[in-house]
Design a protein around this ligand. Sequence first.
Ligand SMILES: [Mn+2]
Length: 285
Amino acid sequence: MAAPRFADAVAKYDAARIALFGVPYDRTCSFRGGSRFAPRAIREASYNFETFMMDHQRDLLEVPVADLGDTPAFGPTTEMVGGVTKMASEVVGAGKIPIVIGGEHSLAPAVVRAFPKDVGVIGIDAHLDFRESYLDDPWSHACSARRIADHIGVEHVVYLGVRSYSREEREDLERLGLTYVSVFDIHERGIAAGAERALKEVDRDRIYLTVDMDGIDPSYAPAVGNPEPFGLSPLQVKKLIGILAPHLVGMDLNEVSPAWDFGQTALLAARLIREAIVAIDEARG
Ligand SMILES: [Mn+2]
Protein backbone atom coordinates (compact mmCIF):
# COMPACT_ATOMS: atom_id res chain seq x y z
CA MET A 1 0.00 0.00 0.00
CA ALA A 2 1.31 3.44 -0.89
CA ALA A 3 2.12 5.76 2.00
CA PRO A 4 -0.49 8.47 2.54
CA ARG A 5 0.35 11.99 1.45
CA PHE A 6 1.25 14.46 4.18
CA ALA A 7 -1.93 15.82 5.73
CA ASP A 8 -3.38 18.86 3.93
CA ALA A 9 -0.72 18.69 1.18
CA VAL A 10 -3.46 18.68 -1.42
CA ALA A 11 -2.12 21.15 -4.01
CA LYS A 12 -1.19 20.13 -7.54
CA TYR A 13 2.53 20.43 -8.18
CA ASP A 14 2.18 23.34 -10.61
CA ALA A 15 0.21 25.39 -8.09
CA ALA A 16 2.35 24.49 -5.06
CA ARG A 17 4.59 26.97 -3.27
CA ILE A 18 6.06 24.18 -1.13
CA ALA A 19 6.86 20.65 -2.34
CA LEU A 20 7.43 17.83 0.14
CA PHE A 21 9.18 14.58 -0.60
CA GLY A 22 10.53 11.68 1.48
CA VAL A 23 13.95 10.04 1.34
CA PRO A 24 13.60 6.57 2.90
CA TYR A 25 17.36 6.06 3.25
CA ASP A 26 19.37 4.91 6.31
CA ARG A 27 22.27 2.87 4.97
CA THR A 28 25.00 4.75 6.88
CA CYS A 29 23.24 4.46 10.24
CA SER A 30 25.69 3.52 13.00
CA PHE A 31 23.39 2.90 15.99
CA ARG A 32 19.57 2.78 16.02
CA GLY A 33 18.52 2.11 12.45
CA GLY A 34 15.21 2.29 10.67
CA SER A 35 14.90 5.96 9.72
CA ARG A 36 13.99 4.70 6.25
CA PHE A 37 10.53 4.04 7.75
CA ALA A 38 10.20 7.63 9.01
CA PRO A 39 8.63 9.31 5.96
CA ARG A 40 5.65 6.97 6.28
CA ALA A 41 5.44 7.30 10.10
CA ILE A 42 5.64 11.10 9.94
CA ARG A 43 3.02 11.33 7.18
CA GLU A 44 0.68 9.09 9.20
CA ALA A 45 1.29 11.20 12.33
CA SER A 46 0.52 14.38 10.39
CA TYR A 47 -3.20 13.42 10.39
CA ASN A 48 -3.36 13.90 14.17
CA PHE A 49 -3.70 17.67 13.86
CA GLU A 50 -6.46 20.13 12.98
CA THR A 51 -6.06 21.75 9.57
CA PHE A 52 -6.69 25.07 11.34
CA MET A 53 -3.69 26.12 13.42
CA MET A 54 -4.78 27.98 16.51
CA ASP A 55 -1.43 29.60 17.23
CA HIS A 56 -1.24 31.10 13.73
CA GLN A 57 -4.99 31.57 13.09
CA ARG A 58 -4.39 30.06 9.66
CA ASP A 59 -5.63 26.96 7.88
CA LEU A 60 -3.07 24.65 6.32
CA LEU A 61 -5.58 23.71 3.63
CA GLU A 62 -5.17 27.26 2.29
CA VAL A 63 -1.41 26.86 1.86
CA PRO A 64 -0.51 25.36 -1.54
CA VAL A 65 1.63 22.33 -0.61
CA ALA A 66 2.22 19.28 -2.82
CA ASP A 67 3.51 15.91 -1.61
CA LEU A 68 5.62 14.28 -4.30
CA GLY A 69 5.94 10.96 -2.45
CA ASP A 70 9.25 9.22 -1.79
CA THR A 71 12.48 8.88 -3.73
CA PRO A 72 13.63 5.34 -4.59
CA ALA A 73 15.41 3.38 -1.83
CA PHE A 74 18.85 3.84 -3.48
CA GLY A 75 22.00 1.76 -2.90
CA PRO A 76 25.36 3.36 -2.07
CA THR A 77 25.43 6.92 -0.68
CA THR A 78 26.77 8.36 -3.93
CA GLU A 79 23.64 7.08 -5.68
CA MET A 80 21.40 8.58 -2.96
CA VAL A 81 23.18 11.94 -3.14
CA GLY A 82 22.86 12.07 -6.92
CA GLY A 83 19.18 11.12 -6.84
CA VAL A 84 18.21 13.50 -4.05
CA THR A 85 20.14 16.42 -5.56
CA LYS A 86 18.37 15.80 -8.88
CA MET A 87 14.91 15.71 -7.31
CA ALA A 88 15.59 18.79 -5.14
CA SER A 89 17.01 20.64 -8.17
CA GLU A 90 13.76 20.14 -10.05
CA VAL A 91 11.79 21.59 -7.13
CA VAL A 92 14.17 24.53 -6.63
CA GLY A 93 14.34 25.13 -10.40
CA ALA A 94 10.55 25.37 -10.49
CA GLY A 95 10.74 28.17 -7.88
CA LYS A 96 9.28 26.06 -5.08
CA ILE A 97 10.47 25.46 -1.54
CA PRO A 98 11.48 21.84 -0.89
CA ILE A 99 10.73 20.26 2.48
CA VAL A 100 12.41 16.87 2.63
CA ILE A 101 11.50 14.15 5.10
CA GLY A 102 14.31 11.70 6.03
CA GLY A 103 15.72 9.26 6.32
CA GLU A 104 19.07 9.97 7.86
CA HIS A 105 21.06 13.20 8.00
CA SER A 106 23.17 12.20 4.97
CA LEU A 107 20.37 13.57 2.77
CA ALA A 108 20.91 17.19 3.90
CA PRO A 109 24.04 17.96 1.84
CA ALA A 110 22.36 16.31 -1.13
CA VAL A 111 19.48 18.78 -0.90
CA VAL A 112 21.76 21.76 -0.21
CA ARG A 113 23.69 20.98 -3.40
CA ALA A 114 20.51 21.76 -5.35
CA PHE A 115 20.79 25.42 -4.28
CA PRO A 116 23.16 28.12 -5.53
CA LYS A 117 26.26 28.50 -3.37
CA ASP A 118 25.00 31.76 -1.87
CA VAL A 119 22.54 30.16 0.56
CA GLY A 120 23.34 29.86 4.25
CA VAL A 121 22.61 26.69 6.19
CA ILE A 122 21.40 26.59 9.77
CA GLY A 123 21.10 23.20 11.41
CA ILE A 124 19.64 21.77 14.57
CA ASP A 125 21.70 18.85 15.77
CA ALA A 126 23.10 17.31 18.95
CA HIS A 127 26.19 16.46 16.93
CA LEU A 128 28.58 18.59 14.94
CA ASP A 129 28.60 16.14 11.98
CA PHE A 130 31.95 17.61 10.89
CA ARG A 131 33.93 14.46 10.17
CA GLU A 132 35.82 14.35 6.89
CA SER A 133 34.70 10.72 6.59
CA TYR A 134 33.03 8.14 8.82
CA LEU A 135 33.40 4.37 8.48
CA ASP A 136 35.08 5.02 5.12
CA ASP A 137 32.13 6.99 3.76
CA PRO A 138 32.46 10.77 3.24
CA TRP A 139 28.69 10.94 2.66
CA SER A 140 27.87 9.35 6.03
CA HIS A 141 25.23 10.95 8.26
CA ALA A 142 28.15 11.86 10.57
CA CYS A 143 29.62 14.18 7.89
CA SER A 144 26.55 16.30 7.06
CA ALA A 145 27.95 19.70 8.10
CA ARG A 146 31.30 18.95 6.47
CA ARG A 147 29.74 18.11 3.09
CA ILE A 148 27.44 21.16 3.32
CA ALA A 149 30.53 23.30 4.01
CA ASP A 150 32.13 21.85 0.86
CA HIS A 151 29.29 23.38 -1.17
CA ILE A 152 28.65 26.78 0.45
CA GLY A 153 31.82 27.43 2.46
CA VAL A 154 32.45 26.61 6.10
CA GLU A 155 31.64 30.18 7.19
CA HIS A 156 28.06 29.87 5.96
CA VAL A 157 26.95 26.83 7.99
CA VAL A 158 26.05 26.92 11.70
CA TYR A 159 24.54 24.07 13.71
CA LEU A 160 22.62 24.86 16.92
CA GLY A 161 22.00 22.64 19.91
CA VAL A 162 25.38 20.91 19.62
CA ARG A 163 26.51 18.89 22.64
CA SER A 164 28.77 16.23 21.13
CA TYR A 165 31.82 16.09 18.88
CA SER A 166 34.95 14.00 18.57
CA ARG A 167 38.46 15.19 19.36
CA GLU A 168 39.21 15.27 15.63
CA GLU A 169 36.10 17.34 14.90
CA ARG A 170 37.19 19.78 17.62
CA GLU A 171 40.57 20.18 15.92
CA ASP A 172 39.00 20.56 12.47
CA LEU A 173 36.43 23.13 13.52
CA GLU A 174 39.17 25.34 14.97
CA ARG A 175 41.48 24.84 12.01
CA LEU A 176 38.77 25.44 9.38
CA GLY A 177 36.79 28.08 11.29
CA LEU A 178 33.42 26.40 11.77
CA THR A 179 31.00 28.19 14.11
CA TYR A 180 28.40 26.33 16.15
CA VAL A 181 26.00 27.26 18.95
CA SER A 182 26.11 24.78 21.82
CA VAL A 183 22.94 23.62 23.54
CA PHE A 184 24.34 24.92 26.83
CA ASP A 185 24.67 28.38 25.33
CA ILE A 186 21.01 28.20 24.25
CA HIS A 187 19.91 27.02 27.71
CA GLU A 188 21.79 30.01 29.22
CA ARG A 189 20.79 32.77 26.80
CA GLY A 190 17.65 31.52 25.08
CA ILE A 191 16.84 30.37 21.57
CA ALA A 192 16.27 33.88 20.18
CA ALA A 193 19.84 34.86 21.05
CA GLY A 194 21.14 31.60 19.54
CA ALA A 195 19.17 32.17 16.36
CA GLU A 196 20.40 35.75 16.13
CA ARG A 197 24.00 34.62 16.51
CA ALA A 198 23.57 31.88 13.87
CA LEU A 199 21.97 34.30 11.39
CA LYS A 200 24.75 36.83 11.93
CA GLU A 201 27.44 34.19 11.46
CA VAL A 202 26.05 32.60 8.29
CA ASP A 203 25.57 36.11 6.88
CA ARG A 204 23.12 35.10 4.16
CA ASP A 205 19.60 36.33 3.39
CA ARG A 206 18.45 32.98 2.04
CA ILE A 207 18.59 30.18 4.60
CA TYR A 208 18.20 26.42 4.34
CA LEU A 209 17.27 24.68 7.61
CA THR A 210 18.27 21.09 8.38
CA VAL A 211 16.62 19.58 11.45
CA ASP A 212 18.22 16.49 12.95
CA MET A 213 15.58 15.41 15.45
CA ASP A 214 18.32 14.40 17.90
CA GLY A 215 18.90 18.13 18.49
CA ILE A 216 15.69 17.94 20.53
CA ASP A 217 15.95 16.33 23.96
CA PRO A 218 15.43 12.54 24.00
CA SER A 219 12.66 12.99 26.57
CA TYR A 220 10.61 14.64 23.80
CA ALA A 221 12.14 12.84 20.80
CA PRO A 222 13.40 9.47 22.01
CA ALA A 223 13.21 7.66 18.67
CA VAL A 224 16.31 8.93 16.90
CA GLY A 225 19.44 7.26 15.55
CA ASN A 226 21.82 8.69 18.18
CA PRO A 227 20.04 10.14 21.24
CA GLU A 228 21.92 12.70 23.39
CA PRO A 229 20.65 14.16 26.70
CA PHE A 230 20.40 17.91 27.52
CA GLY A 231 18.67 18.78 24.25
CA LEU A 232 16.40 21.53 22.99
CA SER A 233 12.70 21.66 23.79
CA PRO A 234 10.04 21.43 21.08
CA LEU A 235 8.96 25.00 21.84
CA GLN A 236 12.50 26.30 21.30
CA VAL A 237 12.56 24.66 17.88
CA LYS A 238 9.12 26.09 17.09
CA LYS A 239 10.43 29.56 17.96
CA LEU A 240 13.54 29.06 15.85
CA ILE A 241 11.43 28.08 12.84
CA GLY A 242 9.39 31.26 13.33
CA ILE A 243 12.52 33.42 13.47
CA LEU A 244 14.00 31.81 10.36
CA ALA A 245 10.78 31.62 8.34
CA PRO A 246 11.21 34.91 6.43
CA HIS A 247 14.58 33.59 5.17
CA LEU A 248 13.72 29.95 4.47
CA VAL A 249 14.25 28.59 0.95
CA GLY A 250 14.19 24.93 1.94
CA MET A 251 14.26 22.52 4.83
CA ASP A 252 14.69 18.91 5.78
CA LEU A 253 13.89 16.93 8.89
CA ASN A 254 15.77 13.71 9.51
CA GLU A 255 16.88 10.88 11.84
CA VAL A 256 13.52 9.73 13.25
CA SER A 257 13.71 5.95 13.86
CA PRO A 258 10.09 4.81 14.27
CA ALA A 259 10.95 1.38 15.72
CA TRP A 260 12.03 3.10 18.98
CA ASP A 261 8.98 5.34 19.05
CA PHE A 262 5.78 5.27 21.05
CA GLY A 263 4.63 7.70 18.38
CA GLN A 264 5.71 10.95 20.02
CA THR A 265 8.85 11.52 17.92
CA ALA A 266 6.98 11.13 14.63
CA LEU A 267 4.16 13.33 15.97
CA LEU A 268 6.60 16.07 16.92
CA ALA A 269 8.34 15.75 13.54
CA ALA A 270 5.01 16.10 11.74
CA ARG A 271 4.05 19.08 13.89
CA LEU A 272 7.38 20.84 13.22
CA ILE A 273 6.95 20.34 9.47
CA ARG A 274 3.45 21.82 9.75
CA GLU A 275 4.93 24.68 11.75
CA ALA A 276 7.46 25.35 8.98
CA ILE A 277 4.78 25.25 6.29
CA VAL A 278 2.52 27.74 8.04
CA ALA A 279 5.41 29.97 9.19
CA ILE A 280 6.79 30.19 5.62
CA ASP A 281 3.31 31.02 4.33
CA GLU A 282 2.84 33.63 7.04
CA ALA A 283 6.23 35.22 6.35
CA ARG A 284 5.58 35.46 2.59
CA GLY A 285 2.10 36.89 3.15
MN1 LIG B 1 22.79 14.22 15.06
